[in-house]
Design a protein around this ligand. Structure first.
Ligand SMILES: [Zn+2]
Length: 223
């Protein structure tokens, strides 16, 4: 299969605040109600298609629950990841991303929004169009891996392995965890990992590390 490991971008330094409009009463007797600034912030993201609550991740056979201040959106069939990312960043008043970091089949980003002293984390996943079925599953597994890492929910995956402690101590970074989830997603749908390779990955070291992680998934994934 042809697969390119994605790079990821995390926008932890891009903190912005949305100021709600002044809520004026039309007259003394008619209270139109107050909305907190934080409520306006959450509502803003919800109108853009982000949501909280239960999120199903079929590719990893997982359901997770997002708190009120955590919002998520996935977009598939993206023509050009870089262009879409630039669009999203523009919406939030951010500069265009560095080109070389987003030439891939998928992307997972985080925006951190702050208002009235409260934080909201806004996660989004972008998946390129016209991927073959295996590449699509691999890419979704990978991006959801980043998402789970940001949420601190790695145990949901580690606990499915024989020797979870060994797997946990082997995976050293967000990037490696995403690779673990890529291969796990393929294993779940029954793709032969022995016959799968990554092409166009960024460097030799990543390709080799990916092969090692693939072997671990092949040998130790049990669910
Ligand atoms: Zn990645």
């Amino acid at each position: 299969m042809r697969q390119r490991c994605c790079f990821f971008w995390v926008c932890v330094s891009s903190v912005f605040c949305i100021i709600p409009p002044a809520l004026a009463l039309t007259n003394q007797d008619y209270d139109q109600g107050k909305v907190s600034a934080y409520q306006v912030l959450k509502q803003y993201f919800k109108t853009k298609g982000f949501r909280s609550g239960n999120i199903t991740i079929p590719e990893l056979q997982l359901d997770i629950h997002l708190e009120d201040h955590q919002l998520f959106k996935k977009e598939e069939e993206i023509e050009d990841i870089y262009d879409r990312l630039t669009e999203i960043r523009k919406e939030f008043g951010l500069d265009a991303p560095e080109t070389q970091k987003v030439r891939s089949t998928g992307f997972c980003g985080v925006l951190k929004a702050e208002c009235s002293g409260k934080d909201a984390q806004v996660y989004f996943i972008l998946i390129k169009q016209n991927l073959n079925p295996e590449s699509r599953i691999y890419t979704l597994g990978h991006e959801y891996g980043h998402f789970l890492w940001y949420l601190g929910q790695q145990e949901l995956i580690y606990s499915r392995f024989n020797e979870p402690e060994m797997i946990r101590s082997t995976i050293n970074s967000n990037k490696e965890f995403a690779i673990l989830c890529s291969w796990t997603a393929l294993k779940i749908v029954g793709v032969s990992l022995s016959n799968s390779v990554i092409k166009f990955s960024p460097d030799r070291e990543t390709r080799e590390r990916s092969s090692q992680i693939k072997e671990l998934v092949n040998l130790y994934y049990r669910k």
